[in-house]
Design a protein around this ligand. Structure first.
Ligand SMILES: [Zn+2]
Length: 219
């Protein structure tokens, strides 16, 4: 898979680097997809550039190709700062999400004020997994807030303008996190780079909000 993608990148050098050159053939859709693939490949190269500055061009790609795509297992570790509970969990393996693991995740990410358990969007775990890789950390995610039941959210929204009345925390699609040993700005940046959902920056409160909603950012 990695090799094929690299082949595509190599094959694109030339016609696809222009804007919309005449006679390059192919449909717009195909071009758009190819361009996206190219950009993805390039961002991966950029990611590894610091470690492999001396290696020219595409040779570096296989070593730094998205490990998430290649990983056979996806594991995460949480420490909820309000309950002090910890969970280390493999939530995806051999191509599928593991239902028992998601139950454990839902429990640790429950509304700590009321004890109500929500349903975590597995896509949110994938965002965290990718962030963990890009941050090159094995530290647990510190959780400030995971699931939030409607009553809790309404209470918080009435107190603070910073809490949305229709927060994605209420549907298990958002989490507020920090990562020990990494600067909050760095955590925010990797989340932004992923372009997988919303990113909110709360430096005064010491966390970054990520969600699986529309790609957007604030704070
Ligand atoms: Zn949040």
């Amino acid at each position: 898979m990695t090799d094929r993608r690299n082949g595509t990148i190599l094959g694109l050098q030339g016609p696809e680097t222009g804007t919309r050159g005449a006679g390059t053939g192919g449909t717009d859709t195909a071009s758009a997809i190819d361009r996206r693939g190219l950009l993805r490949g390039l961002s991966r190269l950029a990611l590894g550039a610091a470690a492999t500055l001396a290696v020219p061009g595409l040779i570096a790609a296989p070593a730094i190709a998205a490990p998430s795509a290649a990983a056979k297992r996806r594991s995460l570790e949480f420490r909820h700062l309000h309950t002090n509970e910890r969970l280390r969990v493999t939530y995806w393996s051999e191509g599928r999400y593991l239902p028992d693991a998601l139950v454990d995740v839902n429990h640790v990410l429950r509304d700590w004020r009321t004890g109500e358990v929500g349903d975590t969007d597995p896509g949110l775990l994938d965002i965290l997994f990718r962030m963990q890789q890009r941050l090159r950390t094995t530290e647990p995610f510190h959780v400030i807030c995971g699931y939030r039941c409607p009553q809790t959210n309404a209470m918080l929204a009435s107190r603070s303008g910073g809490v949305a009345t229709k927060s994605l925390h209420m549907v298990g699609k958002a989490i507020d996190i920090d990562v020990p040993g990494r600067q909050l700005q760095q955590i925010r940046q990797v989340a932004l780079d992923l372009q997988m959902g919303g990113v909110g920056y709360y430096p005064k409160s010491g966390f970054v909000h990520v969600d699986t909603g529309r790609v957007r950012h604030w704070g």
